[in-house]
Design a protein around this ligand. Structure first.
Ligand code: FES
Length: 577
C-alpha cells in the first residue's frame, strides 16, 4: 500500500510523472527530500473570521505541527469549510453535510497517512466525524475547546443557556435595552465553543468516547495551555497511527462504540442534536441508531454531569473535575471500556488514569445523580409515528404529563409574524405547534423548536409551555419541548394535519405524543392535504441537492447518496445499535 507523497497520485496516465510533478510543485515551498519521505499528517484548518468558536485554530495548528514533527512526521495544514452557528443562513444544519463532503473529499484527494481534524462549533465535529468515517483514513479529533465563563453583576454566565435566559427576561420587560447590550459583551468572553452542555460540548464528549479525541481532551478550555499540549499530543498520535496504519475510523466505529456513545449522551444530559449527529455518523458505516434502544438505555443511565442547562456548572468545571475519563470510570459497567482510542489504548486505560479531585461535585457518583434517568426520552404516537425526542432532564416536571389545545404555526415566518400578536388566542395551558420546520420544510431543520413564549404570556410570568415541532433546538436551550417529529410536515407527516384547537396529550412517562382526533378525521384531513412548494431557492445548486437528498431526523439528516453503497434508509445491513 502506498503512503506519504506517493498516495493518491493525480491521474496523468504515467505514475512516475505524477510523482515527479507533485514533488516539483511541493518543493516550491522549500521542503527537503527527507521531509517529503516522512509520514504525512493532514491538519484541517477550520479557522475563519466569522467563527469565534474556532478563534484559536491558528495556535492549535502550530501546536499540532510541533507534535507531528517531534514524532517524525510531516504536517500539512489544508483549509475546509468553517461553520459558525450564528453566521450560517438559513441554519448551520443546512451546511453540515456540505462540510462533511468537503472534508471527506479533501482527505481522500490529498496524500495524507493520517489527519488531525480541528473542529468545535456545533456542526463541525459531526461533519468531520462523518467525513472521517467515509474516508476511513486514521483521524484524531482535536476540539477547539470551550470558552471560559462570563460574569455579570456577580453572576456566572455561559453561552448560550444564559443568552436565552436573559433574552427571555428582556422580552418579558425585566431587562432593558442598555443591559441586554451590555450582556452581549459578557456572555461569550473568550474564543472557544459554548461552555454549557450544548451541542458543541456534547459532540466533544461523543468524539472522546468514540475514541477519536484523545482521552481527557474534550473539556479543556480553548484558552488553557493544556489545550495546546493536547494539540501537540494529537499530532504525535496521528503520526503513530499513520505509521501503524490505524486504528482507522472503521475500526473505532463499532456497534459497541455507538452504544457507548448513547450511554454518554444520556449521562452528560447531552444535546438532542447529538442524537441526530450520532445517527448520521453511524449511517456512514452502515449502522442505524435504534430510537427505542436509545430510549431503553436512557431508562438505565442517570445524568451524572452537573452542567447547564440541566444543572448548574460549566465545561471548565467539568474539565477540572476530571473530565471524560472520570465520567467513564463512573459509568463502568454501562460503557464497554474495552473500546479502542486513537491514543493507542482503550477507554479502560483512560478511566484508570482519571484524576480524583477531592470535593468536586460536577461529576456525580451513580448513587447521587443530577437526574435519575437519562437526559432524553423518545416519544411515539399518532403525531410522531417515526419518533420524536424530548430532553426531559431540562423540562418542567409539571408539564411532562399534559393535555392542551394546539396553537399551530406554519413555518418559522408565520411563527415570527404571529407569536407576539396581542390578539393571538393563546393561554399558558396551550401547546405551541411549529410545523414545516423540518429537514426539507425550512430547509435545514433550524433550531426553532424552542418557540418563544408569547410576549403577553411572558409578561404574565409564564416561563415554560409545551412546544412541539419537526425542528431542532439548541443544546443550550431548556423547556418542555418535543422535537424532531418524524415524518416532518413537508413530507406529509401527521403534524401537517393538526389544526389550532385540537387537543394534544403529552405523556412522557408513557412515551407518547398524540392528538385526540379520530383516525377517520385525520384520514380525511390527509386526503385534502397538498404538499407545499419547496422552500424558495431550492431550484438549483446546493439547495437543490439538499432538497432532493436529505433524509429524516431519525436517520441523521444525512444525504441518501453519502451512505455506504447498497445501504437503503432506514439502514439495517450492518445492524442497529
Ligand atoms: Fe459555536 Fe455555540 S456558537 S459552539
Amino acid at each position: 500500500m502506498t503512503s506519504g507523497l506517493r498516495k493518491g497520485l493525480t491521474s496523468y496516465g504515467d505514475p512516475g510523472f505524477s510523482l515527479f510533478l507533485r514533488k516539483a510543485f511541493i518543493k516550491a515551498m522549500g521542503y527537503s527530500d527527507d521531509a517529503l519521505d516522512r509520514p504525512i499528517v493532514g491538519i484541517t484548518a477550520t479557522g475563519s473570521d466569522f467563527n469565534a468558536c474556532h478563534g484559536n485554530v491558528p495556535q492549535l495548528i502550530e501546536a499540532v505541527r510541533r507534535g507531528v514533527m517531534l514524532a517524525g512526521g510531516l504536517p500539512m495544514a489544508f483549509p475546509t469549510i468553517s461553520i459558525h452557528e450564528s453566521f450560517a443562513h438559513p441554519t448551520s444544519m443546512f451546511l453540515r453535510n456540505l462540510m462533511a463532503m468537503d472534508t471527506e473529499e479533501m482527505i481522500r484527494a490529498q496524500p495524507m497517512d493520517a489527519v488531525v481534524l480541528i473542529g468545535g462549533c456545533d456542526k463541525t465535529v459531526p461533519a468531520q466525524l462523518m467525513a472521517a468515517a467515509s474516508a476511513d483514513v486514521p483521524a484524531v479529533m482535536l476540539l477547539t475547546g470551550p470558552m471560559l465563563v462570563g460574569h455579570h453583576k456577580g453572576e456566572v454566565l455561559g453561552a448560550c443557556t444564559d443568552c436565552r435566559r436573559f433574552w427571555a427576561r428582556h422580552r418579558a420587560g425585566e431587562i432593558d435595552a442598555a443591559e441586554i447590550e451590555q450582556l452581549s459583551g459578557r456572555l461569550a468572553p473568550t474564543a472557544g465553543t459554548c461552555m454549557v452542555m450544548g451541542t458543541a460540548s456534547t459532540m466533544a464528549c461523543i468524539a472522546e468516547v468514540l475514541g477519536f479525541a484523545l482521552p481527557g481532551t474534550a473539556a479543556i478550555p480553548a484558552t488553557h495551555a493544556d489545550r495546546l499540549r493536547a494539540a501537540e499530543h494529537s499530532g504525535a498520535a496521528a503520526v503513530a497511527a499513520a505509521r501503524a496504519g490505524g486504528p482507522r475510523p472503521a475500526e473505532l466505529l463499532t456497534q459497541q462504540a455507538f452504544r457507548n456513545a448513547q450511554v454518554v449522551l444520556h449521562a452528560i444530559g447531552g444535546s438532542t442534536n447529538g442524537l441526530i449527529h450520532l445517527a448520521a455518523i453511524a449511517g456512514r458505516v452502515g449502522l442505524a441508531i435504534d430510537l427505542d434502544t436509545f430510549d431503553r438505555i436512557g431508562r438505565e443511565v442517570p445524568v451524572l454531569i452537573d452542567l447547564k442547562p440541566t444543572g448548574s456548572h460549566y465545561m471548565e468545571h467539568f474539565h477540572h473535575a476530571g473530565g471524560m475519563p472520570r465520567l467513564l470510570r463512573e459509568l463502568a459497567g454501562l460503557v464497554d471500556l474495552s473500546a479502542r482510542t486513537m491514543a493507542g489504548g482503550t477507554l479502560a486505560d483512560a478511566a484508570a488514569a482519571a484524576e480524583d479531585v477531592p470535593g468536586q461535585d460536577v461529576i456525580r457518583p451513580r448513587e447521587r445523580p443530577i437526574f435519575p434517568v437519562g437526559g432524553m426520552a423518545v416519544l411515539r404516537g399518532n403525531i410522531a409515528p417515526g419518533g420524536a425526542v424530548i430532553k426531559h432532564a431540562a423540562a418542567s416536571a409539571h408539564l411532562l404529563q399534559h393535555t392542551g389545545r394546539a396553537v399551530v404555526f406554519d413555518g418559522v415566518e408565520d411563527l415570527t409574524n404571529r407569536i407576539d400578536d396581542p390578539d393571538l388566542d393563546v393561554t399558558a395551558d396551550d401547546i405551541l405547534v411549529l410545523r414545516y420546520a423540518g429537514p426539507k420544510g425550512a430547509p435545514g431543520m433550524p433550531e426553532a423548536g424552542y418557540l418563544p413564549i408569547p410576549r403577553k404570556l411572558a409578561r404574565q410570568g409564564v416561563k415554560d409551555m409545551v412546544r412541539i415541532s419537526d425542528a431542532r433546538m439548541s443544546g443550550t436551550a431548556f423547556g418542555t419541548i418535543v422535537l424532531h417529529i418524524v415524518p416532518e410536515a413537508q413530507e406529509g407527516g401527521p403534524l401537517a394535519f393538526l389544526r389550532t384547537g385540537d387537543p394534544i396529550t403529552l405523556d412522557v412517562a408513557g412515551r407518547r405524543i398524540d392528538v385526540m382526533v379520530s383516525e377517520a378525521e385525520l384520514a380525511c384531513r390527509r386526503a385534502g392535504w397538498q404538499r407545499p412548494a419547496p422552500p424558495a431557492g431550492s431550484g438549483r445548486g446546493y439547495a437543490n441537492l439538499y432538497q432532493r437528498s436529505v433524509l429524516q431526523a431519525d436517520v441523521g439528516c444525512d444525504f441518501d447518496f453519502l451512505l455506504p453503497v447498497g445501504t437503503d434508509p432506514p439502514m439495517e445491513p450492518g445492524g442497529t445499535v
